[in-house]
Design a protein around this ligand. Structure first.
Ligand SMILES: Nc1ncnc2c1ncn2[C@@H]1O[C@H](COP(=O)(O)OP(=O)(O)OP(=O)(O)O)[C@@H](O)[C@H]1O
Length: 489
């Protein structure tokens, strides 16, 4: 990641006009109408122009001289934290989530009195404000609780990188200890999960009157044991039971957050009986809402450095997937950083287009680097079909034929079609691909149609970094795909 959190302390000379439109309306800028200038981006391993310049200069300048020279260059970004996706912005910068803000506030405010707030299930696509709203409400509750001498705490964990229940419980222990300012008294490894639970409840009971557990991306905590009883279900059971049993003095509430609307279907009946959450849905943002979100953060930049097109275009690009505010903010930040690096006076449309290319590649890279070779083959085959088809989508039946061709070509194990479909379905959790069930008519069978959140060409290019996939000729794959598409009729 190329985040740079350093802050500019210098003041940029004030300019007379702020030329960014403020009407919140779409300016009609369409990312697809682009004949985008495909300037090479500095993905890892590639040398950018500024790096080359840097090398040339290094022969004649000392590091100190260069640093001082860079320091004298005017930056365009004044307040980088406003463009950091993990920074919890002030309430007046939150746009378009009034309903959810009200619902979550209404339910969690119970913590201010002498009662247990309900459990919540917040669901919707990534970047739609689930974490932001939860954090903002908890921050406010905490501020009100302090003068009232209510020991209120929030324990947040992102479950994405936690493999097992034991690891997750230890993470909760360590966050709870941090929040309470006490020492953890159980080792991380070599003890039963039960001991970690005991330690968690000891810390909770001794240090908090009211506590909200925020479990982000909870559906990712599957664990290794029993797929029928995933680790997140066991975690929910224990936490919500502790909350409901009355064994602890502390009021416990659990906020489960997921992109997967169907997550609750995988929660076992035992956990469901004690978890029973209130649901809050977070829908996609449209381009206008994304524009409004970006406008409330445009003061991240110095006055008069954003061209009129920048915000509408970044919003339009982000709205193309599913209206992800994180992506819109990322685009504006990366565009600003590119402009700064290129020594430009203003951020313009070309910087946003370049940023879109870079952000998309980074996201795809992040996902595909972590998946197994078999999943890569499934994804490659499906993206290859989508890249050639007129609709930009790929049928599972056609994708599977191409997958068979790929596995034969590199002599890899070959899944049955059902497993191929399941692997593709698993990839939907990353918002890279989505699917719909379709059929040609009453007499023909069902198939899934996969649609891609990112451009199939970018996915293919990224997957070709895998040496096994690179072995297969792109032309051969394309001709197999074309033949299969003709067979679809
Ligand atoms: N309504 C909004 N107003 C202002 N900023 C927003 C809004 N919604 C989201 N953001 C910003 O977008 C970024 C992503 O939001 P957030 O982390 O809340 O998404 P999420 O729905 O929890 O996504 P994920 O499931 O990927 O964690 C954050 O930087 C957040 O500040």
């Amino acid at each position: 990641m190329d985040t740079d959190d350093s802050e500019h302390s210098r003041d940029r000379p004030e300019s007379s006009a702020d030329d960014v439109t403020r009407d919140g309306q779409s300016s009609g800028v369409s990312p697809s109408a682009s004949d985008a200038d495909q300037t090479p981006v500095d993905t890892e391993g590639q040398t950018t122009e500024s790096e080359t310049e840097f090398e040339a200069q290094s022969e004649s300048q000392s590091i100190e001289e260069m640093l001082l020279e860079f320091d004298e260059q005017e930056g365009l970004i004044r307040e980088r934290t406003l463009l950091d996706p993990n920074y919890v912005v002030e309430e007046d910068r939150i746009v378009g989530r009034d309903e959810q803000l009200q619902e979550v506030t209404k339910m969690l405010r119970v913590a201010l009195g002498d009662n247990r707030p309900p459990n919540l299930f917040l669901y919707g696509p990534s970047g739609t404000g689930k974490s932001l709203i939860t954090k903002a409400v908890c921050k406010n509750i905490s501020q009100i609780c302090e003068p009232r001498d209510i020991r209120f705490g929030t324990i947040e964990v992102n479950c994405q990188d936690l493999d097992t229940l034991g690891v997750a419980v230890y993470e909760l222990v360590s966050r709870a200890a941090d929040e309470a300012g006490v020492e953890v008294q159980v080792p991380k490894h070599g003890v039963a999960t039960k001991e970690k639970w005991d330690e968690l409840f000891r810390i909770v009971d001794e240090n908090f009157d009211s506590l909200v557990f925020v479990l982000d991306e909870l559906d990712m905590l599957v664990g290794r044991r029993d797929k029928q009883d995933p680790a997140f279900s066991r975690l929910l059971y224990q936490l919500s039971r502790a909350g409901a049993d009355g064994e602890l003095e502390t009021f416990i509430s659990v906020v489960a957050i997921s992109n997967d609307t169907k997550m609750m279907e995988s929660v076992g009946s035992r956990a469901l009986s004690s978890f029973t959450p209130e649901d809050v849905h977070f829908g996609d943002y449209d381009a206008n809402q994304l524009q409004a979100i970006l406008r409330r953060r445009q003061d991240a930049f110095y006055d008069d450095v954003l061209d009129d097109d920048v915000i509408p275009l970044a919003a339009a690009f982000a709205a193309q997937t599913h209206g992800d505010a994180r992506k819109a903010i990322d685009l504006m930040r990366v565009a600003g950083e590119l402009a700064e690096r290129e020594g430009d006076e203003r951020v313009n449309e070309a910087h946003v287009r370049e940023a879109q290319d870079k952000v998309e590649k980074n996201r795809v890279l992040e996902v595909v680097r972590g998946i197994s070779t078999q999943k890569k083959l499934c994804l490659y085959a499906t993206a290859a079909v989508a890249a050639e088809s007129n609709s930009g989508a790929a049928r599972s039946t056609t994708g599977y034929k191409v997958y068979q061709f790929l596995t034969d070509s590199i002599d890899a194990d070959q899944y049955h079609q059902e497993t191929y479909v399941n692997k593709m379905k698993e990839l939907t959790t990353y918002s890279l691909v989505d699917f719909e069930r379709r059929s040609h008519g009453p007499s023909s069978g069902m198939f899934l149609e996969f649609q891609f959140g990112e451009s199939p060409a970018t996915i293919l290019e990224t997957l070709r970094e895998d040496s096994r996939i690179e072995m297969v000729s792109q032309d051969e794959v394309a001709s197999v795909v074309k033949a299969q598409l003709r067979n679809e009729g």
